[in-house]
Structure formats: structure tokens, C-alpha cells
Design a protein around this ligand. Structure first.
Ligand code: UDX
Ligand code: ADP
Length: 473
């Protein structure tokens, strides 16, 4: 148990801050952990009695929240108060890609990180370790340090160390990833600060898995890990297109190359294109860094991963239109899954956003189903209001654009539909009875499986036309 660290404050109660601090609280009952956020709604949701209303859905998270909340884990909007009590402050705020100004479209917008650093400088007391948890461009720690040193302080004696401790959790498996991490990476200059943070992790992580590096290596390792993972997905997605053209099967290719121990079997599932809050953002960050440091060839190499991903998503929309006789205007299409992957309610950068937008632009009437994503989020992502009436009856016949509506019933989604498109690999989609469902659809009916979750045999038996990602047969 760590003797000096008693109180932790995490700024940012999002997908990273919430689950990470829940596991810290569970594994270190002697620590008091306050997760703070400016967003009152979010904090209210974290404090909700109804565990289904937590702002983040992660398998196993509700159990930990129930166990630790209001014992040693607290959610609050009182940012200043809890910074002042903390021995360690984690910065876990959002760092979206800049939309304007220098580096627009690539560099991360650090205004929230900077605001945090100023708040920490102003309100902390005594010695405080400031830990970067959010994925940040390399050298952000230096920015944080400069702000901490230059800003007016609460106390003469306030002093700081800055550490980089990137989070490698993947959504949908966050609790397991946090409880059994492949490694914990701590980058920093002061060995005392590194050792204090390591002591906290040692409560549940074997010492040999806790890696110490310099601060820049730690920041760059996080960007590189995500770039490598995304690159694997773009690589296999590029091969899926060749498979479809040549008669090969991408699942067989994946199996064959994944058995090479140097390549390994993970992250070789071809899908509708990678999404999530990290991959695109982190690669673009890397691209920006390379350009900044005069390495255009390296920048182009990594940018290709993102370009391929975008091309791949549009490729799927186009082939759907083509298969449906070149027009989907006023055709009803069921969208099965909107989250960027299964077991999460997160839709950030989901391939479903691009594909649904393309289909709506072509005039389709989309019935969108997802077991965890709500229609308000979908409306925000698509930038188009939901038509809550019966789409087939209420569509404006003079408008060339399509429309969309949400449904929590798969039967409703498929009733009268010309096609269904599986975009998220939710387990329940793999269990559907297509023999029965196919009777509801308008003939000829098509199923597009962008996640390889359905049984080709059952679809064929049900008399459905069928396309599956990377299946050239
Ligand atoms: C990723 C990293 O895995 C994690 O370490 C980091 O901390 C944050 O970014 P996450 O975005 O939650 O995690 O999900 P991940 O499981 O990596 O999937 C990212 C995207 O790639 C998803 O859209 C997923 O569907 C897609 N993917 C993944 C594939 O299409 N095929 C695969 O084989 C694996
Ligand atoms: P991530 O996936 O990195 O966790 P999220 O967007 O889910 O990102 O969460 C980041 C959270 O940080 C948001 O809830 C946002 O309100 C919060 N936040 C941003 N800036 C501040 C700040 N200065 N003080 C407190 N909370 C902040």
C-alpha cells in the first residue's frame, strides 16, 4: 500500500476517467478518489441510483460503481475543492482534433488540458503529482509543466511533478483491461514521483508489468500503439477489397497470416472501418508531429492509414447502392448497430455515421437499431433530426434526401425493408432467426454483413441475397 498517496482527484468523468477511477477505487480501498467534471449532467448520471443510467456502458462497471460509490469513490462538479485535497491529479479530459487555426484537422486541441493545468496550479496545495491520462501530442507534459510553474499558486509551498501515464484500455473491455493490463507505462523525470504512482498500481498490477520511461517516450508510445493497431485494421480492410475482387475470402487470409507468430491473430478482423475516439485522432496527431518536425514521408505513410479507412467506409456505401439496382431512393433499409464496436454505447468516429450519411444522401429511409446507443446521440452524429413518424408514410415525396428513424425492435426495423446492414458486431445479431425475419422483408431482399457476424448458410436457406465483407466467393 502506498503510504504518502491518500487522495486522488481525476479531472474528466468520461470514457477514460470514469472506468479508470472505478477500478482504482476498487483495487485501493484505502484511497479516496474524487472524479470531477464541469458537466453537471454527466456527474448526475454517474451518481444516478439507476445503474442503467451511468453515462458510460462497460461490462462490469455497474458492479464496481455500486460497490465503491460514496465509499471511496465520489463524483462531483466541485473541481477546485477536490484538486486542493489531492496528492495526485489525473488529467482525463477530452482532446479533440482542432477544427480551426494552425494544425486544423490534425493537431489536438489542448484548450481543456491547458485549462486543467491552470486550475491545478491555482488550487492545489503542497506537493502534487499531475498525471496526463488523456492521449496527448508528444511534449504536452512540457506545456503542463510550464503552466504549473508560471501560474499564480494557491500556496507559496505548492510544488509539482508531471508524469505521463497513458491509458491503453479499449472500450467494451475496459474493466478487464484495467484490472489485467498488458503493461502500465509511466513516463517522467523525478524517480520519486514515478515510484509513488507505481506504488498505487502495484496494489493489483505485477511489478514487472510497470514500465518506466522518459516522458516523451511514454507520450509517443501511446500514439504509436494506436497507430500500429489502426494500421492493422486498414491493412486487413484493404485486403478485403482485393478478396472481393479475386474470389478469395478475407477470413481465410486472416487465419493464414495470423498463424504466423510474428504477425499474430489479433486485430485482423475486416469490418466497416475503424472508429472510436482514439485511432483517427492519434494518427492525425502523429502526422502533424511528423510534418512539424520536417518528416513528410513519415507523415504521408501514417496518413495513408486514415485515408484508406475513409475510402473503405464509402466503398461499402457504394456497393450497397450498386447491389440494390443502382438506386436506394425511398427504399427502406435496416441498420443493425450504430456503436463503433460492440459492448459500448460510444459512437465517436463510428463507421455507421459515414455509411448512414451516404445512404441518406442517396435517398434511403433508414430504420436504425442499436441495443445501447440512443436516438439523441444518433441525431447529433448524423446532423439530421429523427423522423419519428412512420418513414414509409411520412416521407416528403418532393425531397430527394432520405430520412431516418430509431427503433428498439429488430422486427420493426426489418418489416418491409429491402435490405439490412450489420455495422456493429452485437452478439444478439448473430442469434437472429432469419428464417422468420426474411418473411417480413420486401423481395428481393439483401443482407449486408460488414462484421461477419451472420451465418451465410442460414441466410441462404432463408432465401436472402447476401454480401459479406471480404467474401469473394
Ligand atoms: C483503442 C485501443 O485498442 C486502446 O488501446 C486505446 O486505449 C484506445 O483506442 P478502442 O478505440 O476502444 O481502443 O477500440 P478497439 O478495440 O481498438 O477498436 C477500434 C476500432 O477498430 C473499432 O471500430 C473496431 O471495430 C475496429 N477493429 C478492431 C476492426 O475493425 N477489426 C479488428 O480486428 C479490431
Ligand atoms: P475520454 O474518452 O478521453 O474520457 P470524454 O469526452 O468522454 O473523453 O470525457 C472528457 C470529460 O472531461 C468530459 O466529460 C468533459 O466535460 C470533461 N472536462 C473537460 N474539460 C474539463 C475541465 N477543465 N474541468 C473538468 N472537466 C472537464
Amino acid at each position: 500500500m502506498s503510504s504518502q498517496i491518500k487522495n486522488i482527484c481525476c479531472i474528466g468523468a468520461g470514457y477514460v476517467g470514469g472506468p479508470t477511477m472505478a477500478v482504482f477505487a476498487d483495487k485501493c480501498p484505502f484511497l479516496t478518489i474524487n472524479v470531477v467534471d464541469l458537466n453537471e449532467e454527466r456527474i448526475k448520471a454517474w451518481n444516478s441510483d439507476d445503474l442503467n443510467k451511468l453515462p458510460v456502458f462497460e461490462p462490469g462497471l455497474d458492479v464496481i460503481i455500486e460497490k465503491c460509490r460514496n465509499k471511496n469513490l465520489f463524483f462531483s462538479t466541485e473541481v477546485e475543492k477536490y484538486i486542493s485535497l489531492a496528492d495526485i491529479v489525473f488529467i482525463s479530459v477530452n482532446t479533440p482534433t482542432k477544427t480551426k487555426g494552425i494544425g486544423a484537422g490534425k493537431a489536438s486541441d489542448l484548450k481543456w488540458v491547458e485549462a486543467c493545468a491552470r486550475q491545478v496550479a491555482k488550487y492545489s496545495s503542497g506537493y502534487t503529482i499531475v498525471v496526463e491520462k488523456s492521449t496527448l501530442p508528444v511534449k504536452t507534459a512540457e506545456v503542463i509543466k510550464t503552466i504549473l510553474e508560471a501560474s499564480p499558486k494557491n500556496q507559496e509551498k505548492a510544488s509539482f511533478d508531471v508524469l505521463s501515464n497513458p491509458e491503453f484500455l479499449a472500450e467494451g473491455s475496459a474493466i478487464n483491461d484495467l484490472e489485467n493490463p498488458d503493461r502500465v507505462l509511466i513516463g517522467g523525470e523525478n524517480p520519486i514521483a514515478i515510484s509513488l504512482l507505481s506504488e498505487v498500481y502495484k496494489n493489483w498490477v505485477p511489478e514487472k508489468k510497470i514500465l518506466h520511461t522518459n516522458i516523451w517516450s511514454s507520450e509517443l508510445a501511446k500514439l504509436t500503439a494506436n497507430a500500429f493497431l489502426a494500421q492493422r485494421v486498414s491493412s486487413i480492410n484493404s485486403i478485403s477489397a482485393i478478396c472481393e475482387a479475386t474470389g478469395a475470402d478475407v477470413r481465410e487470409v486472416s487465419r493464414a497470416i495470423g498463424s504466423d507468430t510474428r504477425i499474430g491473430p489479433k486485430f485482423l478482423d475486416s469490418g466497416p472501418g475503424f472508429g472510436g475516439s482514439c485511432f483517427k485522432k492519434d494518427i492525425l496527431n502523429l502526422v502533424y508531429l511528423c510534418q512539424y518536425f520536417g518528416l513528410p514521408e513519415v507523415a504521408n505513410f501514417w496518413e495513408g492509414v486514415v485515408i484508406l479507412n475513409e475510402w473503405h467506409q464509402h466503398r461499402i456505401s457504394k456497393l450497397i447502392v450498386k447491389k440494390l439496382f443502382g438506386t436506394i431512393s425511398s427504399k427502406k433499409i435496416a441498420i443493425l448497430g450504430f456503436a463503433f464496436k460492440a459492448n459500448t454505447n460510444d459512437t465517436r468516429e463510428s463507421a455507421a455515421i459515414t455509411i448512414c450519411k451516404d445512404l441518406i444522401e442517396e435517398g434511403a429511409l433508414l430504420l436504425i437499431h442499436d441495443p445501447k446507443v440512443n436516438p439523441t446521440q444518433i441525431a447529433k452524429d448524423l446532423g439530421i433530426d429523427e423522423n419519428k413518424n412512420n418513414l414509409m408514410k411520412s416521407k416528403n415525396p418532393n425531397s430527394p434526401d432520405g430520412e431516418w428513424s430509431f427503433t428498439d425492435s429488430i422486427v420493426n426495423a426489418l418489416n418491409g425493408a429491402d435490405a439490412a446492414i450489420v455495422l456493429t458486431e452485437w452478439e444478439e445479431y448473430g442469434k437472429l432467426d432469419w428464417g422468420e425475419l426474411s418473411k417480413l422483408m420486401r423481395r428481393p431482399s439483401w443482407i449486408f454483413d460488414a462484421r461477419s457476424t451472420l451465418s451465410p448458410k442460414k441466410l441462404k436457406e432463408a432465401g436472402l441475397n447476401y454480401w459479406r465483407i471480404g467474401d469473394g466467393s
